[in-house]
Design a protein around this ligand. Sequence first.
Ligand code: ZN
Length: 304
Amino acid sequence: MSYDPIKTKLENNKIIILDGGMGAELEKNGAEMDKHMWCGKCSVDHPELVRKVHEDYINAGADVITTNTYSTTPISMRQYGYEDSIEKFNQKSVKVAREAIENTNKNTALAGSVSTFGNFYKLGIKAMIPGFHEQLKILSEAGVDLIILEAMSSQADIVEAMLNCSTKVNIPVWLSVSCVMDDQKNIMLGYNDTIDSDTHVYENFETSINNFKKLHSGPILVAHSDINITGKAIETAKKNYDGILGAYPNKGYYEKPHWRFVDDMTPAGYLNEVKSWIKNGAQIIGGCCGIGVDEIKAISILKN
Ligand SMILES: [Zn+2]
């Protein structure tokens, strides 16, 4: 599989279905979450479970699945004593995802997740850049079809640093960022920290988009954000960006190291939300934390 079928579909205004969250689905399948590395260790400790979750998403209709590498960033791995296993963990995640694609025999593309996971904010951007380069290199050399820069929860200057690093790889790059609503009901770059119940507000999302597009012409996705602000965030993005847009929000909240579910929205309810985002201009839809196989299956009827 290559990126070409996805590219063609996007150019023809078709809807692309992305997978949902990995950690919570792994837990549903009996995997243990690591205190530091969250679900990242599962690719090595329980590859059969990671493979199963990928297969479940592919069978549910995902056109693109994402490697279980969100939490295996070089910086977080070094921080927690896995400095000798950075390549091994990231390569293994690509391998199990590839096996899932082969086993299901579907035309699924593989996205490599490069993220800002870890104790980055204390370190400063300069210390983060080598880690971005390292994870981008490992994943692209291991044969992913595209990269998703999962810059969720990150400040604009970190997002820009990631975008600059991503120009070194010669596969397509998607960008995902998170949004929140401030007290004046403006859509802002930021995130809800469910651990300290704090909302981190960085800057007006409109400003962010206008700066990101100077460095990036690929898809931009609103991710790891609340479902109820995602529509407005897509609207804001659409007004400021001519490129392709997408969304993969959260459902529920995080209580380290587990994602807690809330039952306030059924898969059919999620489908209704997704339909409104497509009307607002989103073309790539999936799910982040708390959105699982059932929701992906429900929205995959939107594929055209
Ligand atoms: Zn999330």
